[in-house]
Each structure stands twice: as structure tokens, then as C-alpha cells.
Design a protein around this ligand. Structure first.
Ligand SMILES: [Zn+2]
Length: 467
């Protein structure tokens, strides 16, 4: 794809996003009312409050008429931006059991736990025993693992002398030395990186690095090994540019790993120089350490959630222990069958990529079935804005792959999927992330298993399933 086309595409995406910018999600202002599964609340029943739909559904399957379950989230409300009002915390204190996904999905759960100290309530964190992953882990197999460098940045530079500095953090350099390569590129922005990436990989893999200690660096096909001065808090290198143009810097580590108070790259006047594009994008998020909370979308992890709920029920109501254990096992068999169907299906689909216009919710699911999951959002929640650059990448990837489906998520205005669909002609299809359900779905008595089966059919269509 040519530069011009990418830029005009970016403008279109920006414009379309502005048009729909005012409607991010269906944040409801109405006072939070809980939905009760069983209207005849007998005093003998265990009163359970479940935060999100998966555990609401699971506990009903396991405990049936022994519990009165309430779903904390009102139907139709997007879950990531939700936090219970004080009134709900009072209700939770009166319950016998409180089930939540985990601290990365409901960071406010700590408050509940604190508020219920000294009461007899049973608290169940369903993520106990699940190996949670961060964003980097998810992408590691497919993207970052391919490059011998961690970071690439394209800079539009004028002739002159620049300085690149490496600082100690907490009294130490992130690494005592680091490989770096500077290549001139005929393109601009992300295309500049793409144009010379292959050459950079080759040079990183095949050349012995030439040692450099506080010295001058010139763009060339020489791989530098920068050695940092252990006696100084900062080691500085001069970068000399002889002609105006775009230069791509490839580094073994993220530049910000060596960034203390000062920006790492400056011109001769000491003014910060920022890259026009970088890979991976948004490396500011790189070290934030949030974990992916979407464990319920993986039928194997869903079974761990079931186990945790069973143990909680046994703690709260030991006299019905065998009832809970039997139902728990029976329900896990259904989840195993679901897992087997998914495995068989994805062995036979032509494509292995889920192009998602929603937030990154299917990471565990994709990993379980060796699929790729592409989303223009960074982070794990839909309240972060997607970057236009990433939307353009998704459009390019869709065009390249011949995929005809762009999936969108539940309970959030699918503005991103719509923009992508407009640009590519791909069909918009709902792929349900099962965070919460709508009023209509609730009245239909929909279940986790039913939603996942519907997801399966939609993925079969979108990814090309051959029987
Ligand atoms: Zn989510």
C-alpha cells in the first residue's frame, strides 16, 4: 500500500471516528438494580451476588434451587467501566456469598472485601489458579518474538548533530550494553520502518556487533554494540546526520528502559526529538502490568472458575456439599465438550485470525485454539480509545488476508467495526464477549453455553470452515 493511500485512509478513519465519538458505550445513569434469578427468595436459600454474567450463570448451574442469585451489573451495562454505587455495597454486605472474576476485572472488589470484614460472607475470586497473562505475553508468539530487536522508531531528521542518551534507573543500566542499528529509509512514518525492517533483521542476526563507547554514531549498515559507562549515571552518544531524511533506529531494548528524567533523543539545541512512528506502538503501556481478565472465554479456564465457585458453595453451605460437587462436575463435562468442539472446528478453518473491532477480549480464547486475535485497542477494556493508526493497520490486514468479516463486541457502540466495514466491505458480525447480557437476552434466558455456541457458528462462517 502506498503512502498516500495510508494517509488518506487515516484521515477518513479520523473523520468517521469524530462523527461517532460522543457515543462510547451505553453507560447507564439509572440507579443500579439487581436482577434476581428467583423471585421467591426463601430465607433458607443462600443469597449470592455475582458481579458478571459468566459466574451468575455458572453458580445457577451448580447450585440451582439452593441459591437466590443476583447479577450485580444491570443488564445492558458495559462491565469494564462499571463500579457499584455505595447502596449496592450495603446490599452485598447482606448477602451470604459474593462471586467476582478477579482483581483485574473488578479492581473495586478490594473495597467490598474490606467493607465485609467481620461478616460471615463467603468471597469467591474465580481467577484463583488461573495463570493470568499480560498484553505482551499474548503477542509474544506472533509478533515481538519474530524480531531480534524490541523497538524500532522512525525519525524525520535534518542534517546536524543529535544526542541519544542512556540513563541508569535505580542506580543501574537496564543492561550494561545494547545493540543498535541506524538505517536511512526512503519512506516516511510506519512505512519507513517496514521498508528497512527485513534488512535490520538480517543485520541483527548475522553481523557481529562493533563495539562503541561514548562515540559518534552514523547511519550505516553497521550494527553497533553500545557499552554504557558504569561510572556515570548517563552515557551519551552523538548521532551525526549528513543529509535530511528519514532514519529508522532499531534497538535491542525499549529506549524508555534507559530513560530517567530526560527524553532519550535530543537535537543540538537540546530540544526533544520524537519519532514519527514506532513499533510496537504505544510503548508507554509496555510496563503498566495490567493482566488480561477475560478468563471465562477460555472453556478450560471456565472450569477453574467452576471449581472455585463449588469450593465457595461448600464453604458457605457444607450440608449440600455432594449436590454442589456433582452438579459442578456435570457442568464441567459440558465445558469440556464445548472445548472439544472448538478445537475440532479451528483445526479445520481456512483462516486463523479473528479480526475484532472491539477491545482485546479474546486473548485467552485465541491462545487456546492457536488463533490470532487482532484488535485496534491497546489494553483490555473498551473505554480506552483505539488509535487511528491501528485501525488503518487492521484495514490493511483485512484487505491482505481476504477475510470478509469484521467482528464487533456486545453492549458497546460498534463505531470502530463500522469504520472498518465501510472501508473494506467486510460484514459486521457480533462476537459476544459474555461480560454482561442485554435485557432481551436476559428475558430469553440465555446461557453462557448458548452464547459460546453462537460464537462458534459465527467464527465458522467468518474463518471459512470446511467440513
Ligand atoms: Zn473486556
Amino acid at each position: 500500500m502506498k503512502n498516500k493511500k495510508v494517509i488518506s485512509l487515516l484521515l477518513v478513519v479520523l473523520f468517521l471516528l469524530t462523527l461517532t465519538a460522543c457515543s462510547t458505550g451505553n453507560k447507564s445513569n439509572e440507579s443500579i438494580s439487581t436482577v434476581t434469578a428467583d423471585n421467591e427468595v426463601s430465607s433458607e436459600k443462600i443469597k449470592v451476588i455475582a458481579t458478571l454474567f459468566p459466574q451468575y450463570d455458572f453458580v445457577k448451574e451448580i447450585a440451582r434451587d439452593k441459591v437466590a442469585v443476583s447479577l450485580l451489573l444491570p443488564p445492558g451495562v458495559e462491565s469494564h467501566s462499571y463500579e457499584p454505587p455505595p447502596k449496592d455495597i450495603v446490599d452485598i454486605k447482606k448477602a451470604d456469598m459474593f462471586i467476582y472474576t478477579g482483581k483485574y476485572m473488578e479492581p473495586w472488589a478490594d473495597k467490598i472485601i474490606e467493607a465485609t470484614k467481620g461478616t460471615s460472607i463467603t468471597i469467591v475470586d474465580t481467577s484463583i489458579g488461573v495463570d493470568l497473562m499480560d498484553e505482551e505475553d499474548h503477542h509474544h508468539d506472533h509478533e515481538e518474538g519474530e524480531h531480534p530487536f524490541e523497538w524500532a522508531g522512525a525519525f524525520e531528521l535534518k542534517k546536524g548533530k543529535y544526542t541519544w542518551s542512556f540513563s541508569k534507573l535505580n542506580g543501574e543500566y537496564a543492561d550494561p550494553e545494547m545493540k543498535m542499528l541506524i538505517l536511512a529509509s526512503d519512506e516516511k512514518g510506519l512505512d519507513a520502518i517496514e521498508a528497512v525492517e527485513e534488512k535490520a533483521e538480517e543485520l541483527f542476526d548475522k553481523t557481529a556487533a562493533s563495539k562503541k563507547i561514548s562515540d559518534t554514531l552514523l547511519p550505516s549498515e553497521i550494527l553497533f554494540n553500545l557499552e554504557f559507562d558504569a561510572d556515570q549515571d548517563v552515557t551519551t552518544f552523538s548521532v551525526v546526520i549528513e543529509n535530511d531524511g528519514t532514519y529508522v533506529f532499531f534497538t535491542e531494548h525499549f529506549p524508555i528502559e534507559f530513560e530517567a528524567d530526560e527524553h532519550f533523543f535530543k537535537d543540538s539545541k537540546g530540544i526533544d526529538v520524537e519519532p514519527s512512528a514506532q513499533e510496537p506502538e504505544g510503548d508507554d503501556d509496555h510496563h503498566q502490568g495490567g493482566k488480561d481478565p477475560h478468563i471465562w472465554l477460555d472453556p478450560i479456564f471456565a472450569q477453574i472458575m467452576v471449581d472455585n465457585i463449588v469450593e465457595g458453595l461448600v464453604r458457605a453451605d457444607v450440608k449440600n456439599e455432594s449436590f454442589y460437587r456433582e452438579n459442578g462436575e456435570a457442568y464441567k463435562k459440558k465445558l469440556q465438550a464445548l472445548d472439544a468442539t472448538f478445537s475440532e472446528t479451528f483445526n479445520k478453518t481456512k483462516h486463523k485470525t479473528i479480526m475484532y473491532g472491539g477491545h482485546f477480549a479474546f486473548g485467552y480464547f485465541a491462545k487456546r485454539y492457536d488463533l490470532e486475535h487482532v484488535s485496534p485497542y491497546s489494553g483490555f477494556a473498551p473505554n480506552a480509545e483505539p488509535t487511528p493508526q491501528k485501525i488503518v493497520e487492521l484495514i490493511k490486514a483485512l484487505e491482505k488476508s481476504n477475510l470478509k468479516t469484521i467482528y464487533f463486541e456486545e453492549l458497546v457502540d460498534p463505531k470502530v467495526a463500522r469504520v472498518i466495514s465501510d472501508q473494506t466491505g467486510a460484514e459486521m458480525v457480533l462476537l459476544h464477549g459474555v461480560h454482561n447480557i442485554s435485557k432481551t437476552e436476559l428475558s430469553k434466558g440465555i446461557s453462557y453455553l448458548k452464547i459460546m455456541e453462537e460464537n462458534l457458528e459465527k467464527l465458522k462462517l467468518g474463518l471459512g470452515y470446511n467440513e
